[in-house]
Design a protein around this ligand. Structure first.
Ligand code: ADE
Length: 239
């Protein structure tokens, strides 16, 4: 998969593509992340990328011309068809289902805004989809783009090692994860639920499922709304 990112901070985007699971996916040739700086496509002497908004008011708005020229260059860099996404608090919320949908595409182009945002005419003309990573305001789209790169990058086939893939399955079904414990030198088995030390794998799986259901019910009841639990899960939750 290829991800192009239009950003005034290309170094930040480059860094994102170098760490952790995403860095490994890039090294394995499963993912390409390419930053593009709209400032490189500004045509005036000051390399301006923003201007005051019509109608007045505080803040600046990103000019459409450098963005359009930058996007055209990014599009032309590959023959792969691209979905063009603008990251903004006005977008649809990013969910795991959305991450899966995006991860299956051959190519994404993400546009990061700064200042008060982008000229609306650029959005209307060029943007396929607007995405938000949550109901709060960031000072730019870069951190949101980093979130999308991570969520989508780790879903590329072969990006995760086996152990990580197995772990992922538990969250994939829309429930919160169960608690985890490890062989701590200082704590030993203190505070570790006995079932995890029992060696009974069926019992352990049952306990984990129950914890996932219970935690979701307590911490994020919204995730269970409208969801019909199968008999087994309903019984575990009622226990
Ligand atoms: N840009 C600024 N705030 C944002 C948010 N919450 N999600 C995505 N992009 C943003």
């Amino acid at each position: 998969m290829r991800i192009d990112v239009l950003s005034l901070f290309p170094d930040f985007i480059r860094q994102c593509a170098q760490v952790g699971v995403v860095g490994r996916a890039v090294e394995r040739g499963l993912l390409t992340v390419e930053p593009w700086n709209p400032r490189d496509f500004a045509t005036d002497n000051y390399r301006r990328v923003d201007d005051r908004p019509f109608g007045g008011g505080p803040g600046m708005v990103m000019l459409p011309e450098p963005l359009s020229a930058c996007l055209a260059a990014a599009r032309a860099a590959s023959a792969l068809p691209a979905r063009v996404i603008y990251l903004s608090p006005q977008g649809k919320p990013l969910t795991q289902a959305k991450a899966r949908e995006l991860a299956a595409l051959p190519r994404l182009v993400m546009v990061c805004g700064r200042y008060e945002g982008l000229d609306e005419r650029f959005i209307e003309k060029e943007i396929d989809e607007e995405l938000s990573i949550g109901d709060y305001v960031l000072s730019g789209g870069e951190l949101a783009a980093a979130v999308v790169i991570d969520a989508v990058g780790r879903l590329q086939a072969g990006a995760l090692n086996d152990a990580e893939s197995a772990e992922q399955d538990s969250f994939e079904d829309g429930l919160l994860d169960c608690p985890h414990y490890t062989r701590s030198e200082s704590l030993g088995t203190e505070g570790v639920p006995a079932v995890l030390l029992s060696g009974d794998h069926a019992k352990i799986a049952r306990w984990r499922r129950q914890q996932s259901l219970g935690r979701t019910w307590l911490r994020r009841p919204d995730l269970l709304e409208g969801r019909v639990l199968d008999k087994k899960d309903a019984a575990l939750l009622a226990e």
